[in-house]
Design a protein around this ligand. Sequence first.
Ligand code: BES
Ligand code: MN
Ligand code: ZN
Length: 451
Amino acid sequence: MEEIFDIANAFEIRRSDELDGDVIFHVTDEKTALLKKPGDMVVSENGITIYAGDEKTQDRWRKTGGRIASWVKSHCPASAALDCGPADQRELLVGLFLGAYEFSKYKEAPKEVPGPLSVVMEQAVFDEVKIICDAQNMAREWAHEPASVINPVTLAERAESFAQVYGLNCTVLDDEQLRKMGAGAIVAVGQGSKTPSRMIILEYPGTKPGKPVVLVGKAITFDSGGLSIKTTTGMPDMKYDKSGAMAVFGILRAASQLKLETPVTGVICAAENMPSDKAYRPDDILHSLSGKTIEIKSTDAEGRLVLADGLTYAQQNLDPRCMIDYATLTGACVVAFGHTRAGCMCTDDEMFNGLFAAGEKTQERIWRLPTDEDYMERLKSNEADIKNSGGREGGVCTAGMFLKSFVNEGMPWAHMDIAGTAYNNDGSAYFCPGSTGFGVRLTVDWLKSIQ
Ligand code: BES
Ligand code: MN
Ligand code: ZN
């Protein structure tokens, strides 16, 4: 069980007081004849000097960390050490930790592995970055697991051991309990699968009592589209449709290890969206936990259904100070923002400003979505209180507005559509192809700012 929490990186990263290793890296921000482009390296008797570039952003340090990690992974030195030079130590280390991660458990073990890398830096900074990045890498590892390994039932089992390891309180509601409670939306989405829906509630009490920040995560462990089935090209990568919930696990782990003041509660809405003779259908009318009925236009607009019940459950039972949901909700969001920014709908300006600032700081960037009532027109149903799809036009906004209609007046709420930012098959300077763990660093930074 332990190995699902202790995710080993491609090499070990340690802190040290001495610059000692087979290969010594020096970071510089001085341009020379040989160091022109970010990532350029020169070898001398002192070791390897790497150029961070003159870009005036903190991200250049993360990218530099990522490039050093790539070098270590491909050259496998017996040991290495890093002199941070003028770099922001914190962000350089973030790039190293995120860059050292790979999803390799199903591959043959490599013949050669790199030895440890020692980073000369402050202990307190090192410890905090390690906690946050290990949590983010765990979110990435879990997101990568295929649906044959993580389904709603195995996820709930995982959540129970997770809660024990990180000192959280855990409640699992199974499909029978959800049905009895009236959560007809989350139950319907999972009813076509042989592994039925689960709602998982994880509570971190905080070190200062108060109302919890509630984080609601979409955990569609596989999104085939259901009877409104996806195409051959639209279906691969839909194991990542649980990424929102994986971020929530990562945030809770970091909150507990950092002993943050603010109580944080996670509500994980888990279901597998499959076609079968038991599956929910277009034209079905669901009874959601809120009491609102929902007419199904597309069984592929399933994320908003499970989240509607999750948001309602939170407001009925958890007395939230505010709520944030994380969801790979719409293809339209990927079209609008690519892999660069998440779409964020928010009912509270102060909350949005805080989240936006945390996004700029951590490079987990967001952009605000409009909340005009006009979008609700597209969700009007002739036969029920609301319908689950507003069609292609304005898809990212109608999806958000659907969720908003389940949020009580006055409740500060943010919705993160992370469909584009949760994974990237091209990879980047400090992310291997696949999951990014988007949301973990952004939210931990924001939680620290509000305590
Ligand atoms: N999980 C998908 C959204 C998605 C698409 C995430 C591509 C990542 C990459 C979501 O459940 C979905 O299928 N949304 C539909 C909504 C539509 C039917 C209104 C979509 O975006 O096409
Ligand atoms: Mn879908
Ligand atoms: Zn989905």
